[in-house]
Design a protein around this ligand. Structure first.
Ligand code: SF4
Length: 374
């Protein structure tokens, strides 16, 4: 627990080595990160792969979490979230700041998605802001909910990168954007004292206590996450929470109810703009990776079916059974203004659990936009 509390406040403290692409070494931002980290670093050729110690080859993913590559993003920074047409998605946009994260969740989809074990962080952030400007100017009436937490955790490396103040400063002047910083850490120090103009939502993924304790390594404890949320509320930020992935496990009902009750005990309901729910789903080959890396975990030993998007999911009756319990508990305590929604579920599930389909309320994007843009 002490280790968890320690890394929860600063997951970047797990890093041991930094690798820098040659073309990035002279950027003032790279120098700033290296200075702040105090870690040893090696300059490598552009597009070369960092050398990981050979003794780490039995579990490269664990070893890779101690290595950070500072490099250039040569592709797009800003993209629509890769939802699938088979399920209802929320039309989120992803700002791709880097890949992988120093925390380690048994169910993390990145283990199956990324083909490199180390963490990457893109230091050409001037290009990122230039790209954002072009996107916003191309359609000045369009509004965007943007998140940086798709391929990494939004705040896990923030003590090193100092990115969040730059992002908050940028979006505070943009009426077209609401930025969501989504995390499982309690690394919020850089958010203090910023003028965010109400354009920033700080969000935490929450789970049942047993899942947070056993399946989410080096993340913040529930108490730390809620204390951090409370602090962000005092600094004027909007808040959001994500119950994702919801995992069936012994005592799941009491576990989720306990977390929800504590959430509403600590956080005023009207400070929360949205709460999402999503049951565990994963690319089929994640099961082998997860069970090899975490032999003590039981989360993949349930009955799953292949969903329309090719991912393994619980049977529909299992999903709706859990969703109904969690939704009922949330609904009882949430503000009427908070948007409670499913991440990637069908109209049938919406109707069965919530009694309506998203279309009846204008669609998920409009439901979420109303909570932050009105
Ligand atoms: S915190 Fe998020 S990105 Fe990091 S390991 Fe866990 S699920 Fe993956």
């Amino acid at each position: 627990m002490i280790i968890k509390q320690h890394y929860g406040r600063n997951p970047a403290g797990f890093l041991q080595h930094i690798h820098v692409e040659e073309n990035c070494i002279d950027l003032p931002y790279t120098r700033e990160i290296l200075r702040r980290s105090g870690l040893p670093y090696a300059v490598i050729l552009d597009r070369a792969e960092p050398a990981l110690p050979t003794g780490d080859s039995h579990d490269p993913f664990s070893a890779g979490k101690r290595h950070l590559l500072l490099c250039r993003n040569r592709g797009q920074f800003f993209k629509p979230c890769p939802g699938t047409s088979e399920y209802r998605c929320c039309s989120y946009h992803v700002l791709n700041i880097g890949m992988n994260c120093p925390m380690d969740c048994v169910y993390c989809i990145l283990q199956a998605y990324l083909n490199r074990p180390w963490l990457s962080y893109f230091v050409n952030i001037d290009d990122m802001f230039t790209e954002m400007e072009m996107v916003l100017k191309s359609d000045p009436k369009k509004v965007y909910r943007i998140g940086t937490g798709e391929f990494t955790d939004s705040l896990a490396l923030d003590r090193l990168t100092g990115l969040s103040p730059r992002l908050v400063d940028y979006v505070s002047g943009k009426k077209q954007i609401v930025l969501e910083l989504k995390t499982k850490s309690a690394c919020i120090d850089n958010l203090a004292g910023l003028s965010h103009a109400g354009r920033v939502v700080v969000a935490w993924s929450l789970n049942a206590p047993a899942i947070m304790k056993k399946e989410e390594l080096r993340t913040a404890t529930l108490d730390q996450r809620l204390a951090a949320a409370k602090q962000c509320l005092e600094w004027g930020y909007k808040l959001a929470f994500h119950f994702d992935p919801i995992i069936e496990h012994p005592g799941w009902r009491q576990g989720y109810e306990e977390t929800i009750d504590l959430l509403f005990k600590e956080i005023p309901a009207d400070a929360i703009v949205w709460i999402s729910m999503g049951a565990l789903r994963y690319l089929p080959h994640l099961k082998k990776i997860g069970t090899d890396r975490f032999p003590g975990s039981r989360i993949f030993y349930q009955e799953f079916i292949e969903g329309l998007d090719g991912k393994a999911r619980y049977f529909r009756a299992h999903r709706t059974g859990m969703y109904k319990v969690i939704y009922e508990r949330l609904k009882r305590q949430a503000s009427a203004k908070t948007c409670i929604y499913f991440c990637m579920e069908s109209d049938e599930i919406w109707r069965e659990v919530m009694g309506f389909t998203p279309e009846e309320k204008g669609g998920i994007p409009a439901m979420l936009d109303r909570t932050v843009f009105s």
